[in-house]
Design a protein around this ligand. Structure first.
Ligand SMILES: C[S@@+](CC[C@H](N)C(=O)[O-])C[C@H]1O[C@@H](n2cnc3c(N)ncnc32)[C@H](O)[C@@H]1O
Length: 261
């Protein structure tokens, strides 16, 4: 699919900047796991974890430091190369795989206790049924999937107006088409020019893709705040971002747990 290839090239333009930013952050201790994610994942010691869409691996390394046996996947070759270097510099033992997560079953045949994916992930995928089937295949019986991402309801609003307290629907919730943008990045690097495609999936499409793959939702949480770079305009004392005009009023992020029975 040419959109996925365009995205792979677009993300590749950010690899070096992300590596340098996360390298500094891991060195000085400012790069931390999203507290909403860390709190829910709990004790990872000894768990076999598959981390999808890992970027240059900073979060994968932090998960490994908590005692998880981590395999991490991203489809940008430079991200994987930089992730391996970051792991080496941080004395972390993480296995990195370069692959589109929607076709990961073609190169990986293993079962995990936990599959996790978080912070800016599902909108880059265009075949959720295949993604979900892959995850079911990678989970041991009773293994769990954890997703934490931007809330599709929040993503309908015009991002340039919401910080002024104006809610104007720019991206219809029931839109089935892809959004095309000419700039990418900005959350852990400067923005770069690169055509890229994004699709905000309806919550029902996410849940039904999982159900069709025999993955059953066991918990669904909604938050009025998110990790830095994912939205919001004001930082709280945990480093999470919220919308000053809509604190406690709009869901900005969600978490979903599903189990393979
Ligand atoms: C917003 S980042 C989120 C990564 C991570 N949460 C972070 O903050 O570092 C999205 C990541 O998804 C990766 N990605 C996008 N589409 C992908 C696909 N089809 N398969 C694998 N990785 C993909 C990109 O390369 C990028 O690293």
């Amino acid at each position: 699919m040419h959109e996925t290839e365009a995205n792979r090239q677009a993300w590749g333009k950010l690899s070096k900047d992300h590596f340098e930013r996360f390298d500094r952050g891991l060195k000085d201790g400012t790069k931390k796991l999203n507290p909403l994610v860390e709190q829910q994942l709990g004790n990872l010691r000894g768990k076999k974890v598959l981390h999808l869409q890992c970027n240059t691996g900073a979060d994968s390394i932090l998960l490994a430091k908590q005692g998880a046996d981590v395999t991490a996947v991203d489809f940008v070759e430079d991200n994987i190369r930089f992730a391996q270097e970051l792991a080496r510099r941080n004395n972390a033992d993480v296995r990195f795989i370069c692959r589109d997560v929607q076709t990961l079953d073609e190169v990986l045949d293993e079962a995990f206790d936990l599959v996790i994916t978080f912070d800016g992930v599902l909108g880059w995928l265009f075949d959720l049924p295949r993604w979900a089937k892959n995850i079911a295949k990678f989970l041991k019986p009773d293994g769990e999937l954890f997703v934490h991402d931007g809330h599709p309801y929040y993503l309908v609003f015009d991002e340039t107006k919401i910080k002024d307290g104006i809610l104007e629907v720019k991206y219809p919730y029931f839109n089935e088409t892809l959004e095309v943008d000419t700039m990418i990045g900005g959350y852990a690097s400067d923005e770069k020019e690169a055509v890229n495609y994004f699709r905000s999936h309806k919550m029902s499409d996410i849940i039904n893709a999982l159900a069709d793959a025999q993955l059953f939702v066991t918990r669904f949480l909604e938050f009025d705040r998110c990790d830095e770079g994912m939205g919001g305009d004001t930082k709280d004392d945990r480093g999470l971002m919220y919308l000053k005009h809509f604190e406690g009023k709009l869901p900005v992020g969600y978490s979903l747990w599903a189990v393979r029975r």
